[in-house]
Design a protein. Structure first.
Length: 232
């Protein structure tokens, strides 16, 4: 036993007989509130592991619901919105990376929550102090896993919103200018971005320059097309 003075070093009382020691009441006696807090601290120490495991179960269920909603929204709108983008690179690839990261974060959050809720197998312990030590260790591990799960979950929605943002603001196929498809009387079909008349000839212009020159008197049909692969 040792005691510490206000201004001096520790005082070793381990060799002093108990009957020679005088115990005085504390100058600041415990209040009912102090007793209640102490009782609650004891209860928290004994119930810490079950409380954390129950919290992890509820948290895991919440993440599953959120993941299900995001998956449903992606299944309903994702394919059509992704197909509406103009280019594979970088927009479609970026959408895939963002959506995939969001899904992986959700899965990781659920897995860590499950690990926190289920705990880890331990040997049967008959010693009280050893059981208290193992329980305290398991409580710390479960709490750490639950925190990791929540850290993963914090990034699910931002990555998913970033996915929606890219799909909403990336160049769309509908932004491309309509194509012009020209058919003549001899069965020819020509497609380009625009057409203009020059001395009785319809000049069809594409991305790389003039596509064809068709006499106007042989033109039978001029229609707009979404792209040059569309048949009319």
């Amino acid at each position: 036993m040792s005691a510490t003075g206000n201004n001096g070093p520790d005082l070793d009382l381990s060799n002093v007989p108990v009957d020679q020691l005088e115990f005085l009441p504390s100058p600041n006696p415990a209040t009912p509130e102090d007793v209640r807090w102490a009782r609650m601290a004891d209860e928290a120490r004994f119930n810490g592991l079950p409380d954390i495991q129950r919290s992890a179960e509820r948290w895991g269920a919440t993440i599953l619901v959120i993941t299900g909603l995001l998956t449903t929204l992606t299944a309903v709108r994702g394919a059509s919105d992704l197909a509406a983008l103009q280019d594979l690179w970088p927009y479609k690839v970026l959408v895939g990376l963002l959506a995939g990261t969001s899904l992986l974060l959700a899965v990781a959050s659920v897995v860590w929550a499950a690990m926190a809720a289920q705990g880890q197998p331990v040997n049967i312990i008959v010693s009280g102090p050893r059981y208290a030590e193992e329980t305290t260790k398991a409580t710390k591990v479960a709490n750490s896993r639950l925190k990791t799960s929540r850290h993963f979950a914090l990034w699910i929605v931002p990555f998913y919103l970033a996915t929606l943002g890219v799909m909403a603001y990336a160049p769309q196929k509908s932004d491309e200018p309509p194509m012009i498809n020209v058919t003549d009387s001899v069965g020819g079909s020509y497609c380009g971005l625009s057409a203009k008349e020059v001395n009785g000839t319809l000049v069809i212009v594409g991305e790389k320059g003039i596509v064809a020159r068709v006499p106007i008197k042989t033109v039978t049909k001029i229609v707009s097309a979404a792209d040059c692969t569309q048949k009319n």
